[in-house]
Design a binder for this molecule. Structure first.
Ligand code: C2E
Ligand code: MG
Ligand code: MG
Length: 638
């Protein structure tokens, strides 16, 4: 009788846990699958049958013999249904199907043994009618076998899905398996004082809490907060304490994807866990409360107080133990951190992360340092970026983007043979913004394609108008960003625009910067071949500014190479530069490519280029980019 009360408490515990979880996260019940619901019902049934049979066994009322016997059979049925359902739920959680024949087949056997096997052969137990004594049957040990079978099935599935399960679930699982085994042994050693029901209910309650409640805020891999958990933890600090002096730090592993590809996902995971561990330890040492989490695949967030901690953290990150986590594989790992010092306490967490992200982006291309603060310089850049993004759409509609043309000359005859279209943004305040200030931003947000096609259309409109007015026209080259190459249907759109104005395709040249040739070569070759087939001339812009693979020229349908003016800087006193330029010119000539030298500013440079016999020349020495409407006057004049 003494133990009877605790079984009810255990049953209630499961119900309460479920309700509390549902209350804290109302959407939680949606996540309760039928298997989980049945598991809860079974755990309650388990404690009820377990509790009531032990009461009945102690009451020893002969009138209740059959009732007690029936209840004991029911208890065994539940005893087998419980692990069956738990296994089913676990498989479902991993998105797997268990071996149905094995699992259902054995359940069927166990249930048959519990009912018929026991009635006819006292398989699991016998119950003395007079003394009400309970004796274990000869086949009682099969209970173990069945439980172990389920445990093995769960174990196999868990090992297979351990990446998905993450540390928390895996630990919980091991705990529950341990509890189950312990309970079975305990129950068999001291059957009279069994507290199995309580323990099993506790396990189920724990499962519900962890799987459905804690788990959603925890990163599966590292066991620290995920984005949801991190945001909630920051939110809590912001609401409960004074956040002055706090900083939002965003840490990113440099080239995580490459690292995964080169050294394998496992090493990538190890690195993430190592970084999580370093962050955890660093934050544990902070005086005021710090929170941290893995907020993206390769990104961690930390919300902490003063700078010393931040510095200590970045030092820890560049320490040996994290720099070489994959010893033997010889892969240098580095991290970048962007830090936003909180100024506006009302700012939402997303915006703080945004600011930290911006500092992070700023530092990620920097080889001198790996930590950047969102300071005034970055702030200005960020604000400029936001302003550009905000204004760009209306700028196209309001025709604020103007085409400037810079003539290209024949080196020998000094005749204008072509022109390059260069965009200028003349905003509402009549200020001119140079492409270098906005093209990179538009490349990032994908807007550049729209702009490039717009410039192409303006150029076509202009050429067809000049043609109609009987001006002498020269081919015009239009710059296309490397981002454009990935735009589906680019070639068709270009062709459609040029055709709409009835222009010969040879009048439009396509300039693609050298760095575009480092991307996905296959798709670039495809796009360029397609354009080439349509009769457009292809130019490689800024040759020499990047790391071109000279070998690729043989596969690339390029007609003209524009040599970057970088080569011309101080060329007069730069012998090595001259050697490089001369070899590039030689190579281009042998490959049958025409050459334009850009950025010619002085007579000396011009003389030198002429000596090299490069066909075309473009630069301030001859003419600067000019508004398109003055261009034809000069042509006719020139
Ligand atoms: P780019 O295509 O290499 O254009 C040549 C740049 O060099 C132009 O700068 C031009 O003004 C400048 N330049 C020409 N001759 C000289 C010279 O003798 N000395 C010096 N110091 N500079 C000279 P701009 O117009 O500022 O354009 C910069 C870059 O912006 C361009 O480099 C091009 O990559 C990009 N860009 C310009 N317009 C467009 C466009 O419509 N679409 C795209 N996607 N990019 C564009
Ligand atoms: Mg260009
Ligand atoms: Mg160029």
């Amino acid at each position: 009788m003494e133990f009877a009360y605790q079984f009810d408490v255990a049953g209630i515990l499961v119900i309460l846990t479920s309700l509390v979880c549902a209350w804290v996260r109302p959407k939680l019940l949606d996540n309760f699958t039928i298997n989980l619901k049945l598991l809860i019902v079974l755990s309650i049934a388990y404690v009820l049958t377990d509790g009531s049979t032990s009461i009945l066994l102690q009451l020893k009322d002969p009138r209740l013999y059959y009732f007690t016997y029936g209840l004991l059979i029911l208890y065994f049925a539940v005893l087998f249904l419980f692990p069956f359902r738990a296994t089913m739920y676990f498989y479902e959680l991993c998105g797997e199907k268990p071996n149905e024949i094995l699992l259902r087949g054995t359940l069927f056997v166990m249930l048959s043994l519990a009912v018929f096997g026991n009635i006819f052969f006292n398989f699991f137990f016998s119950l003395d009618r007079e003394t009400f004594s309970y004796y274990p049957g000869v086949g009682a040990f099969t209970t173990f076998v069945y439980y172990f079978l389920c445990a093995i099935l769960v174990g196999v599935c868990a090992m297979k899905h351990r990446r998905y399960l993450g540390q928390i679930r895996l630990r919980l699982l091991i705990t529950i398996l341990f509890i189950t085994v312990f309970t079975i042994i305990y129950q068999n050693l001291i059957p009279q004082q069994s507290i199995t029901g309580l323990i099993i209910s506790l396990s189920v309650a724990m499962t519900i809490v962890v799987f459905c409640f804690i788990d959603v805020t925890v990163d599966e891999l590292t066991g620290i907060n995920n984005k949801v958990g991190f945001t909630r933890a920051c939110d809590e600090i912001m609401h409960n304490s004074d956040v002055s002096g706090y900083s939002m730090i965003k840490i990113q592993i440099y080239h995580m994807q490459e690292l995964n590809e080169r050294t394998g996902m496992e090493n990538g995971d190890r690195l993430l866990m190592l970084l999580a561990d370093t962050i955890r330890k660093s934050c544990a040492m902070t005086k005021s409360k710090s929170v941290y989490g893995r907020i993206g695949g390769d990104t961690f967030g930390i919300f902490t107080r003063d700078e010393i901690e931040i510095n200590a953290l970045s030092e820890a990150l560049s320490g040996d133990h994290i720099q070489n986590p994959i010893t033997g594989l010889d892969y240098a790992v580095s991290f970048y951190a962007g830090i936003y010092r909180l100024e506006d306490k009302e700012m939402d967490i997303e915006s703080m992360l945004d600011h930290a992200s911006y500092a992070l982006k700023w530092v990620s291309g920097n080889f001198k340092t790996n930590v950047a603060f969102y300071d005034d310089d970055i702030r200005q850049e960020d604000e400029h970026r936001k302003a550009v993004e905000r204004k760009v759409r209306s700028a196209i509609i309001d025709k604020e983007f103007k085409v400037y043309l810079q003539p290209v000359y024949d080196t020998m005859t000094r005749e204008r043979v072509s022109a390059e279209a260069l965009v200028r943004w003349i905003d509402k305040k009549n200020q001119m913004i140079n492409p270098g200030d906005f093209i990179p931003i538009l490349e990032k947000n994908g807007f550049v394609t729209e702009l490039d096609l717009y410039i192409l259309e303006e150029v076509c409109m202009m050429l067809s108008e000049w043609k109609g007015r009987g001006f002498k026209i020269v081919p015009v080259s239009v710059n296309f960003s490397r981002v454009d190459v990935n735009h589906p249907g680019l070639v068709d759109e270009i062709t459609e625009i040029v055709d709409r104005y009835g222009l010969d395709h040879s009048l439009i040249k396509i300039e693609l910067t050298e760095s575009a040739f480092n991307g996905d070569m296959e798709s670039i070759i495809k796009v360029l071949n397609h354009l080439h087939e349509k009769g457009f001339i292809i130019m490689m812009d800024d040759f020499g500014s990047g790391y071109s693979n000279l070998n690729m020229f043989k596969d690339m349908p390029v007609d003209v190479v524009k040599i970057d003016m970088y080569f011309l800087r101080n060329i007069e006193n730069n012998e090595k530069g001259m050697i490089v330029l001369e070899s590039v010119v030689q190579m281009a000539k042998r490959l049958g490519l025409a050459i334009v030298v850009e950025g010619v500013e002085t007579q000396k440079q011009y003389d030198y280029i002429r000596k090299l016999r490069c066909e075309m020349i473009q630069g301030f020495y001859f003419a600067k980019p000019m508004p398109s409407d003055v261009f034809p006057d000069q042509i006719t004049a020139g």
